[in-house]
Ligand binder design. Structure first.
Ligand SMILES: C[S@@+](CC[C@H](N)C(=O)[O-])C[C@H]1O[C@@H](n2cnc3c(N)ncnc32)[C@H](O)[C@@H]1O
Length: 236
């Protein structure tokens, strides 16, 4: 399917004014907004998204800044991360209220950090990053709304082309969409876009996608990455 990358600054003007969006860019079936996600979600009706796959700050702060040992793919981002401070606290209760209002199902990475805001579930996903560094977590856990057996997925996380300290592999999102049995044309939300891996996986799977990112540097870098992905897929 041919994709056209369009600068949407001139489209949906009324929405843009109402949302106070600093910048909007869009590919067919794929919209990303440089703005706070709680403010963004307020503009969507109840259960608009079939799936929310999200990766909010875990509240690790400086512990995350010590990730890596200078030899792994993450290390070059830690100085930059210390200046940005986005991982100092988990999202407020209001975030989870909005998330559950706008989506039918949820996969919440770092769910073990948000237990106070989440109901019990058996549908946890454990991701084995296959990276063995003493100062870094070897696994991450996602809370899911699916009444399924807990799952273990093994996907290597040492991508040297990463653009974000906590970038998740596109193939991890491929797994999530498969796990949630998503069908082309269904709608996905990612409230904390980061590097945009979820956006790329959604595009590959033919899913409508909406993403929010509050940091302009990350937003721009993810936009570049997405454009590169779209131009590469056009070649085939
Ligand atoms: C854990 S990272 C997401 C990483 C992402 N899953 C990836 O694969 O690259 C969290 C991201 O959320 C962003 N963020 C923090 N608070 C936000 C908010 N209120 N609204 C939107 N984005 C936010 C941060 O700037 C950071 O890029």
């Amino acid at each position: 399917m041919e994709q056209t990358l369009i600068d949407r600054k001139d489209l949906r003007v009324s929405d843009i004014q109402a949302w106070d969006i600093a910048r909007v860019s869009n590919c067919a079936l794929s919209e990303v907004y440089l703005m706070d996600c709680i403010a963004g979600m307020k503009h969507y009706p109840d259960k608009f998204f079939d799936l929310a796959v999200v990766d909010p700050p875990y509240g690790l702060g400086n512990k995350l800044a010590h990730a890596g040992n200078g030899k792994n793919a993450q290390s070059k981002f830690t100085d930059d991360f210390k200046k940005k401070n986005w991982d100092n606290s988990i999202p407020p209760y209001e975030y989870f209220i909005e998330l559950f209002r706008v989506s039918k199902n949820q996969i919440i990475w770092g769910g073990n950090y948000f237990i106070e805001h989440l109901p019990s579930t058996r549908g946890f996903i454990t991701w084995d990053k296959q990276v063995y560094i003493p100062t870094m977590s070897r696994i991450e856990m996602a809370w899911t709304s699916f009444d399924k057996l807990p799952k273990l997925v093994q996907i290597n996380n040492n991508d040297s082309n990463r653009i974000h300290l906590t970038q998740k592999p596109v193939s991890l999102y491929d797994f999530c969409f498969d796990y949630a049995k998503m069908e082309p044309g269904q709608r996905v939300l990612d409230t904390h876009l980061g590097s945009g891996s979820s956006r790329i996986a959604a595009n590959k799977a033919g899913l409508d996608f909406v993403g929010f990112e509050i940091d302009e540097d990350y937003f721009n870098a993810s936009e570049e990455r997405f454009k590169k992905f779209v131009s590469q897929t056009r070649l085939f």
